[in-house]
Design a binder for this molecule. Structure first.
Ligand code: ATP
Ligand code: MG
Length: 349
C-alpha cells in the first residue's frame, strides 16, 4: 500500500533540512516494503510575498487526503508571526484535530548539553495538549489605557479533551518505561487544574500497569534541570507543555536535533511532523543547518504510519552519526555541513 506524504519545506533552512529528511527516508524505506509517495507544496513566506497568502484558500482541503504531512519551518524576517503561524501552522493543527503535540528529548553521545548528563541517561517525551487549555481566544480588555484597565483571558479545559490527552500519554508510557508525570498547579489555580488532576486520576484507573504522579509545574521545571533522567513521559496542558517541551529540548542539547509531531491519534486526519527549530535566517542557504531534527521528525512520521522498525533504524543512525565528531554540525561544535551529516546517516543505515 502506497502512503502519501504532503511535504511543506517552508522557508529558510526548512527547505534544506526537509530535503535531507527525504534522502534519509528514501534510504530507510528502499527494499523494506515501505512505499511512500511525496507531493511538495511551496507554501511559505515566499508565497505570501508573491500571492498575499501562506497557502491557497483550499489548502486544508488539498492536504486532507494525505496520510501525513512533513513540514520544514515557516517564518521569515519581515513577515509577522501572526501571518506565518495563523496563515498555515495553526489552521492545519486545528482543522486536523492534532490534539497531541509530542516531543521526545534524549541526551546523545557527542551533543554538548548544558547539564553534563551522561549519554543515554535522559530519554523522555513531553506530551503537550495542543488544542485547548490556556490558549483560548475568550477574554478581552476593558478601559484600554486608563488606570483601571483590566485584561481577562479564560482557559478552557474539557473532560473529553483532558481524558484523551491523558489516555494518549498513559498508552505511550505503557510502551516505554511505564512511568507518567502529570504537570499541574492545582495549589494556585483553583478551577481548571484541580479538574485536570481529577480527570487524569480517573483515566489512570485504566492503566494499572503504569506508575504515575502529579507534580506542580514549578517543582517539575526544577527537577527537569536537576534530575532529568528520572522522567519517562510527561503530560501537560497547552501552556505548561509549551514551556516544558522547550526546556526538555534545551536540557538535551541543541535545538537543531529536537523533533516534534502534531498528532491526530484517531487517524481521521493527517498528522504533521516538523523539527522544533525555525527557519534560522542567519544560516539559511549556506548548507550548514543541522538536519537531525528534521530527520528524527521523519522517524516519528514512519512510526505513526506503522513502521516502527524503520523509525528505530533512523534513531540508531542518528546516534551513530552524532557520536562521530566528523559528522557534527556547527551548533554541536563541529565543522560538518548538512550534506556530510546526510551522507553519514545514510551510511549508518
Ligand atoms: P521561530 O521564530 O520559528 O521559533 P527562531 O527564530 O526563534 O524560530 P530558529 O530559527 O530556530 O529560532 O533559530 C534560533 C537559532 O538557532 C539561530 O541562531 C539558528 O541559526 C540556530 N538553529 C536553529 N536551527 C538550527 C539547525 N537545524 N542547525 C543549526 N543551527 C540552528
Ligand atoms: Mg524566528
Amino acid at each position: 500500500m502506497v502512503q502519501r506524504i504532503a511535504v511543506i519545506p517552508g522557508d529558510g533552512i526548512g527547505i534544506e533540512v526537509t530535503a535531507a529528511a527525504r534522502t534519509v527516508l528514501d534510504a530507510v524505506t528502499a527494499g523494506h516494503g515501505i512505499e511512500l509517495a511525496y507531493d511538495e507544496f511551496d507554501w511559505s513566506c515566499r508565497r505570501y510575498a508573491r500571492d498575499g497568502a501562506m497557502m491557497p484558500a483550499d489548502g486544508i482541503e488539498q492536504l486532507r487526503a494525505y496520510d501525513a504531512i512533513l513540514l520544514g519551518a515557516v517564518g521569515w524576517p519581515g513577515v509577522p508571526d501572526h501571518v506565518s503561524l495563523w496563515g498555515l501552522l495553526i489552521p492545519i493543527r486545528r482543522a486536523f484535530r492534532q490534539y497531541v503535540n509530542l516531543r521526545p528529548a534524549r541526551v546523545f553521545a557527542g551533543v554538548p548539553g548544558p547539564l553534563r548528563a551522561e549519554p543515554g541517561s535522559v530519554d523522555l517525551v513531553v506530551i503537550r495538549e495542543n488544542v485547548e487549555g490556556e490558549y483560548s481566544e475568550i477574554g478581552g480588555r476593558l478601559n484600554r489605557g486608563f488606570p483601571d484597565e483590566v485584561a481577562v483571558q479564560e482557559s478552557i479545559f474539557t473532560r473529553a479533551g483532558v481524558s484523551r490527552i491523558a489516555d494518549y500519554a498513559f498508552e505511550l508510557a505503557r510502551g516505554r518505561r511505564a512511568y507518567l508525570t502529570s504537570a499541574t498547579k492545582s495549589n494556585g489555580i483553583v478551577h481548571t487544574l484541580p479538574f485536570w488532576d481529577e480527570v487524569v486520576a480517573s483515566r489512570a484507573e485504566r492503566f494499572p500497569d503504569v506508575r504515575w504522579d502529579s507534580e506542580h509545574i514549578d517543582a517539575l521545571a526544577a527537577k527537569l534541570v536537576l534530575e532529568p533522567g528520572r522522567f519517562d513521559v510527561i503530560v501537560a496542558s497547552n501552556l505548561f507543555g509549551d514551556i516544558l517541551s522547550d526546556l526538555a529540548a534545551a536540557v538535551a542539547g541543541s535545538i537543531g536535533i529536537a523533533p516534534s509531531a502534531n498528532l491526530d491519534p484517531t487517524r481521521t486526519y493527517p498528522s504533521m511532523f516538523e523539527p522544533v527549530h525555525g527557519s534560522a535566517p542567519d544560516i539559511a542557504g549556506r548548507g550548514v543547518a543541522n538536519p537531525v531534527g528534521a530527520v528524527w521528525s521523519a522517524a516519528l512520521l514512519l512510526e505513526h504510519l506503522g513502521h516502527p522498525a524503520a523509525a528505530a533504524r533512523i534513531v540508531t543512525a542518528i546516534e551513530a552519526t552524532l557520536a562521530n565528531p566528523a559528522s557534527r554540525t556547527r551548533d554541536l561544535h563541529g565543522t560538518a555541513d548538512t550534506a556530510t551529516v546526510v551522507d553519514a546517516l545514510v551510511a549508518a543505515l
